[in-house]
Design a protein. Structure first.
Length: 94
């Protein structure tokens, strides 16, 4: 669900930024967008898998935590490293 919302929004924001910064859309810029979108999808998959594992562990251990709390804890655990990886990719293309 998150990927279905964020990927089109990120793509639209990218092309709006291209328009306002007068950046041409060529093979190199499209390749950069595709690589960045692929990295976003990969990060989303990792986050979902980690949240799923934490939910399964909580259910196995008999904990009564809400799923929302578990997902937020999962995002806090992986968020900084994901942000760092996306930041490095962004800086590499600047």
């Amino acid at each position: 669900m998150v990927a279905a919302i964020t990927l089109p929004a990120a793509t639209a924001a990218t092309f709006v930024t291209f328009y306002y910064l007068d950046i041409s859309i060529n093979i190199m810029s499209l390749a950069g967008v595709i690589l960045a979108l692929g990295d976003m999808v990969d990060s989303a998959c990792v986050l979902v898998e980690n949240a799923h594992r934490k939910i399964a562990d909580a259910e196995r251990d008999g904990l009564t935590l809400e799923r929302k709390e578990i997902v937020i804890a999962s995002a806090r655990e992986l968020g900084p490293s994901m942000f760092g990886a996306l930041l490095v990719l962004t800086i590499a293309f600047l």
